[in-house]
Design a protein around this ligand. Structure first.
Ligand SMILES: Nc1ncnc2c1ncn2[C@@H]1O[C@H](COP(=O)(O)OP(=O)(O)OP(=O)(O)O)[C@@H](O)[C@H]1O
Ligand SMILES: [Mg+2]
Length: 398
């Protein structure tokens, strides 16, 4: 297989599979480091192609395209993980490091995650895995028994292919049997609907030679199953923050992660007080970490590049007493690319990140980060800037 080669790149070439906003922000971090970033963008991808000069168009599920792309880079990494693992193994055998590796990418599957974390003694919610497509009768019996055992509401999650709350269904116990009877996707993880005190995320970076850095614990606020805001510091006591960091470090070990890994945790209260449970992980840079760009001494994007290149990692401490990220979510008929001036007029301290994506309802098309001293005030400012950009609210001068 012959690839595009190194072209005129002098520094290391990092290849990114997928051309969305994560690739775009990796490119923004690569530039000052003198790292040459090359993106393999799918034909419909928006985000990276607009700003990454070295964008190659090709489908991530086209083996020839992927192998040819990989042959010309020093290390291969990901904007998304919808890639055939067999192809990635062949790419590794052909000599291009794939980071994170296939064993870590397997953890994109929620059923695999649950089982592996449970087996490793990590705290996870009660769960059951059923496969209605393989055996509908058995799946129904198991699901109904699980619902009876736990009472109250249930959450069913597609083990693969879900994101932003797509692939997550909140069910009452009486709906379970019908749901399983009609469902025809990937195996389901079932869990009780938990009473969450809040949700937090811990980002961890690990390099192949073993160095690990963990960012401060972040609070993630979800609306309709989708991350809406991220707050630093998270409203958890020091002992719980320490526990969350420990759990995330163990997750990085268990998954053998290289690069950035995001660990989403539920904070629940049990007999002994508040504690954390691992909800899910993502083996890559993640929406919960966007505020690290301005809010921490090393951003998740720079750290990911350093980690996959096996370079020394940077400090992760917060740069301000408070930082809040608010997502800019699409509103029909409004384009934030015509609303920057309006938003900045009202919130001049906003760090605006628009991804160059066509607005569609419920689609994440940008985010805003605001830093300051007082978390509630910072949160209001970030929310206002995001709403002005998305068109959810009009400006006072409009
Ligand atoms: N067992 C549960 N109990 C209560 N709420 C839950 C439960 N499972 C999920 N949720 C809510 O639904 C949200 C989405 O669930 P999850 O993180 O599994 O799905 P996702 O679609 O993969 O998420 P993402 O938005 O991170 O892509 C969680 O952040 C949480 O707010
Ligand atoms: Mg999630």
């Amino acid at each position: 297989v012959t690839g595009p080669g190194r072209g005129d790149a002098t520094g290391p070439v990092v290849g990114v599979v997928g051309g969305g906003q994560l690739a775009r922000m990796l490119a923004e971090a690569a530039s000052p480091l003198g790292v040459h970033l090359r993106v393999l963008a799918g034909p419909g991808d928006e985000g990276a192609p607009e700003v990454v000069a070295d964008t190659v168009t090709g489908a991530a599920d086209d083996e020839a395209a992927l192998r040819s792309f990989a042959a010309g880079v020093d290390v291969l990494t990901f904007d998304h993980e919808n890639v055939d693992h067999g192809v990635l193994r062949r790419i590794e055998s052909a000599g291009t490091p794939v980071r994170p590796g296939v064993a870590t990418l397997e953890f994109s599957d929620k059923a695999h995650q649950r089982r592996a974390f449970d087996a490793a003694g990590l705290p996870v919610p009660p769960y059951s895995v059923v496969d209605p497509v393989a055996d509908r009768a058995a799946a129904t019996v198991t699901a109904v028994a699980f619902a009876d055992a736990h009472g109250g509401g249930l959450v069913a999650k597609a083990s693969r292919g879900g994101y932003d709350g797509r692939g997550v269904w909140m069910l009452s116990s009486s709906e379970v049997a019908d749901f399983v009877a009609d469902y025809d996707g990937a195996p389901l993880v079932l869990e009780p609907r938990l009473d969450l005190r809040c949700e937090v995320a811990v980002l961890v970076a690990r390099r192949p030679s073993g160095e690990v850095r963990t960012w401060p614990v972040l609070e993630t606020v979800q609306v309709d199953g989708m991350c809406d805001e991220v707050l630093l510091p998270a409203p958890v006591e020091p002992a719980l923050a320490e526990r969350a960091g420990e759990v995330a470090g163990r997750v990085a070990e268990v998954t053998g992660a290289v690069g950035v890994l995001a660990v989403e945790l539920f904070v629940v209260v049990d007999g002994d007080g508040p504690t954390v449970l691992v909800n899910e992980i993502a083996p890559r840079v993640h929406n919960s970490g966007h505020l690290t760009i301005e809010g921490c001494r090393t951003s998740q994007f720079e750290q990911h590049l350093r980690a996959v290149l096996d370079w020394p990692l940077g400090p992760t401490d917060a740069t301000a007493p408070a930082a809040v990220m608010a997502n800019v979510v699409g509103v029909a008929g409004v384009d934030p690319r015509r609303r920057q001036e309006l938003a900045l007029a009202e919130v001049p301290e906003a760090h605006v990140h628009l991804y160059g994506k066509t607005p569609r309802p419920a689609r994440k098309i940008g985010h805003v980060t605001v830093l300051g001293d007082d978390l509630p005030a910072v949160r209001r400012r970030a929310g206002l800037a995001a709403d002005l950009l998305s068109g959810a609210v009009e400006g006072s001068g409009a």
